[in-house]
Design a protein around this ligand. Structure first.
Ligand SMILES: [Zn+2]
Ligand SMILES: [Zn+2]
Length: 85
């Protein structure tokens, strides 16, 4: 009885695991190279910076040169930390 239950659990885990990977992939590629404050692409911005969130370190903050100049606020979507300070 106990063995059968474990096998069932394994199958469920594998199915949800692959679904999560498919769901996360497009989100990550979309947010990879845009400024966190103005959503502008930083591909051609040589003065743009990217750094891990100063609070949780889990999210990579990307800021374009314009937002650095005007000290635009940013907010970490993971922990809610607001910068630039
Ligand atoms: Zn910006
Ligand atoms: Zn954070």
């Amino acid at each position: 009885m106990a063995k059968k239950k474990e096998e069932l659990r394994k199958e469920v885990k594998e199915e949800t695991g692959s679904q999560e990977i498919l769901r996360e992939a497009p989100l990550q590629s979309m947010s990879r190279d845009v400024c966190i404050s103005c959503n502008m692409s930083i591909v051609n911005d040589s003065s743009a910076v990217r750094f891990p969130c100063p609070n949780c370190g889990k999210h990579t903050i990307i800021r374009c040169s314009k937002c650095r100049k005007i000290v635009a606020k940013y907010k970490c979507p993971v922990c809610g930390f607001e910068g630039p300070n």
